[in-house]
Design a protein around this ligand. Structure first.
Ligand code: NAD
Length: 241
């Protein structure tokens, strides 16, 4: 922890990569943990274009369930600590794989969303994106306003889909210029997000993993802080006044 705080205090550009574990203590289950269970389906089987094409109702039912959970969730002390780091570090970028929007709720500004936003809907016909905070949705499955025959889909990136190129380019640029890469609450198995970690290592950033469990990339990190985001991140951020 002493070394990690020193790297954080001295860094010119701090980059944080978060995954589902960052939101776990806000009550939003991870996909791969013991709580990541919904009915008899695995999340990875529902978060695909194929699942939406064949069973749009089921997929929307699952997203409705997740939107309800997320609507009740509050950011925790770890999110507040990241906002404090952004306020104090010379340069700060938060790259998240999460779609819940908890980072914005604590006022983090320099945010890259790799996997989209659960509060957006996208018309499957014209691609128009709209914010939609209805919980539950007023019609199931929801249809587009401008093309009533067309279904809306959640504004998230599904397995097998490309990441939004602007978000990806911003993420790569940030990691290439990072001198500290803090990796929080990701199992580091979802590609290409996980490749940002190896990119950071290759570019010589100090790398720190915050996770109660080890991951396939743990041994490649400079430091591993084993524990929960809500306790480790405030302790790290306390290096700033
Ligand atoms: P994952 O479910 O594969 O792994 C979660 C990781 O978080 C695990 O390594 C676990 O040990 C760790 N973890 C659990 N509790 C923690 C805590 N309190 N503090 C720190 N770490 C903790 O998640 P992933 O790697 O992000 O990949 C899953 C994909 O699913 C992502 O692409 C993401 O888009 C999506 N997802 C998003 C949300 C969300 O928006 N909140 C939730 C579930 C899944």
């Amino acid at each position: 922890m002493i070394q990690a705080r020193k790297w954080l205090r001295d860094a010119e550009h701090v980059v944080v990569l978060t995954g589902a574990g960052m939101s776990a203590e806000s009550g939003i289950p991870t996909f791969r943990g013991p709580d990541g269970i919904w009915k008899q389906f695995r999340a990875e089987e529902l978060a695909t274009p194929q699942a939406f094409a064949s069973r749009p109702n089921l997929v929307w039912e699952w997203y409705n369930w997740r939107r309800e959970l997320i609507a009740k969730a509050e950011p925790h002390a770890g999110h507040q600590a990241l906002a404090h780091m952004e306020a104090c570090a010379p340069n700060f970028t938060l790259i998240t794989q999460n779609v819940d929007g908890l980072e914005e709720r604590v006022g983090i500004r320099n945010l890259v969303r790799l996997h989209g936003d659960i509060w957006e809907t996208v018309c499957t016909r014209c691609g128009e994106r709209r914010r939609n905070h209805d919980v539950p949705l007023s019609s199931m499955p929801p249809h587009c306003f401008c093309h009533p025959e067309a279904l809306l889909r959640p504004g998230v990136v599904w397995y097998g889909e490309a990441l939004p190129s602007s978000a990806w380019d911003r993420a790569v640029h940030a990691v290439e210029h990072a001198d500290l890469l803090l990796v929080v609450g990701t199992s580091a198995v979802v590609y290409p997000a996980s490749s940002l970690i190896t990119l950071g290592i290759r570019h010589g950033a100090h790398t720190i993993e915050v996770n109660p469990q080890s991951t396939p990339l743990s041994n490649d990190m400079d430091l591993r802080l084993a524990g929960a985001a809500s306790s480790i991140l405030p302790s790290l951020a306390s290096v700033f006044p």
